[in-house]
Design a protein. Structure first.
Length: 119
């Protein structure tokens, strides 16, 4: 499985960005997707996850501002980011796991896309 992430960039505080990540290769029937991020000098953290059924989970820091969604026909996941803050600045990574349970311990990573929130 290969993942390709798109959509990062520079945005002002309060602005919006939409990240997308497309998977190619083997498709797992019950796969789960996740978005993670890593800021300079910090550990990688989970931002949001979504199951094959569309059940979602968010980090407290992004609840109400970010929305994860998926298009199963395109094997693609999205992260709509609104009301962006400087502390959202990080490299964002997508990840696909065979199941939600396996997502945290195994899976396939995308290459990362830089999101910078600055005036």
């Amino acid at each position: 499985v290969q993942l390709q992430a798109f959509g990062g960039g520079l945005v002002q505080p309060g602005g919006s960005l939409r990240l997308s990540c497309a998977a190619s290769g083997t498709i797992f029937i019950n796969n789960a997707w996740g978005w993670y991020r890593q800021a300079v000098g910090k550990q990688r953290e989970k931002v949001a996850t979504i199951t094959i059924a569309g059940n979602t989970n968010y980090a407290d820091s992004v609840k109400g501002r970010f929305t994860i969604s998926r298009d199963n026909a395109k094997n693609t996941v999205y992260l709509q980011m609104n009301s962006l803050k400087p502390e959202d600045t990080a490299v964002y990574y997508c990840k696909q796991g065979r199941t939600l349970a396996l997502l945290s311990v195994a899976g396939y990573w995308g290459q990362g896309t830089q999101v910078t929130v600055s005036s």
